[in-house]
Design a protein around this ligand. Structure first.
Ligand code: PGA
Length: 249
């Protein structure tokens, strides 16, 4: 089993217009100055993927989507297919983010169908899981996350690169993060499940932590056991702040 190189991915969510590409340009310069230990990715809104991919070509920074359709193509107004993301220059895609599970009603089954479509297109999925505050307080964090991992990662992932992002719902955008030991406990459980599901591929896939990661708290998080990188929202919008996180690994 080989442990995959860590991955630090920035999730711009529904933020960013043409002018925001300046941040990607600045990030490319910062990464070029000091090559990072981790793989680095930016996931802008769909409208910016092609332009950002052109801009970052040769920089070593990968570009990802934030979602894709579970359908191959056709009459699905407003949706973006996995093949379209590849065509635009994306190499990764975030799937099952809690904002989509919560606001768009995406179930584990929907996420699994999207993951299957993404790998068939040649995208590397970053599959998000995470418990609510209620579940955490009821002592059910690991049970909830484990259930999501089992139901959101289809068998067809075997043999393909993928990552899992553990993002407790209550830590996203809140400034609150779990204790390191709590993150390690969840990541350890996810690792066991991934190994049972996918053998050596599951033993090596990066397990990212996400939720209020910033330049000040990144170092201890990224150095903790079984943490293979980070999925970063707000702090990925500004290159200088994101670069501090990238350099913390
Ligand atoms: P945050 O978002 O870093 O702003 O908390 C993380 C995410 O939602 O992926």
């Amino acid at each position: 089993m080989t442990l995959a190189r860590p991955l630090i991915a920035g999730n711009w969510k529904m933020n960013g217009v043409e002018a925001s590409l300046d941040e990607a340009r600045t990030l490319a310069a910062l990464v070029d100055e000091r090559p990072p230990a981790a793989r680095v990715a930016l996931c802008p809104p769909a409208t910016l993927i092609a332009r950002m991919a052109d801009l970052l070509a040769g920089s070593g920074i990968l570009v990802g989507g934030q979602d894709c359709s579970r359908e191959a193509g056709g009459a699905f107004t407003g949706d973006v297919s996995a093949d379209m993301l590849i065509d635009a220059g994306a190499r990764l895609v975030i799937l099952g983010h809690s904002e989509r599970r919560e606001h768009r009603g995406e179930t584990d089954a929907v996420v699994a169908a999207k993951v299957a479509r993404a790998v068939a297109a040649g995208l590397e999925p970053i599959v998000c899981v995470g418990e609510s505050l209620k579940a955490r307080q009821a002592g059910r964090a690991i049970a909830v996350v484990d259930g999501q991992v089992r139901a959101s990662l289809p068998d067809v992932l075997a043999g393909h690169p993928f990552a899992v992002a553990y993002e407790p719902l209550w830590a996203i955008g809140s400034g609150q993060i779990p204790e390191l030991g709590e993150i390690e406990a969840v990541h350890g459980a996810v690792r066991e499940t991934l190994a049972a599901m996918f053998g050596p591929d599951g033993e090596g896939a990066p397990i990212l932590y996400g939720g209020s990661v910033n330049g000040d708290n990144a170092q201890p998080i990224l150095k903790a056991r079984e943490i293979g990188g980070a999925l970063v929202g707000g702090a990925s919008l500004k290159a200088a702040q994101f670069a501090r996180i990238i350099r913390a690994i």
